[in-house]
Design a protein around this ligand. Structure first.
Ligand SMILES: [Zn+2]
Length: 80
């Protein structure tokens, strides 16, 4: 998955975050959902087309420990 720029959905002041493992492998995770307030500058894309977030934004599901999350409907895989 690569992002040349920050997706429109993430240029906002809040993120709804959802664990995707629950969607793919319901046995592995009961599901997790949260929302956080952000500043638009908290979401960036690095020189390798990877998206990254400021420290206060979760990038790992606290339920299953996996790192495939959805932010405002945009799936981001942090395993790469
Ligand atoms: Zn999970």
């Amino acid at each position: 998955m690569s992002f040349e720029r920050v997706p429109e959905e993430l240029r906002t002041d809040h993120l709804a975050i959802r664990c995707m493992i629950h969607e793919y492998e319901p046995d592995l995770c009961d599901g997790w959902l949260t929302s956080v307030e952000i500043d638009p500058s908290d979401v960036k894309v690095d020189g390798y087309d990877r998206i990254y977030f400021a420290d206060h934004i979760p990038t790992e599901c606290p339920e299953c420990g996996d790192r495939v999350l959805e932010y405002n409907g945009v799936e981001v895989n942090f395993h790469a």
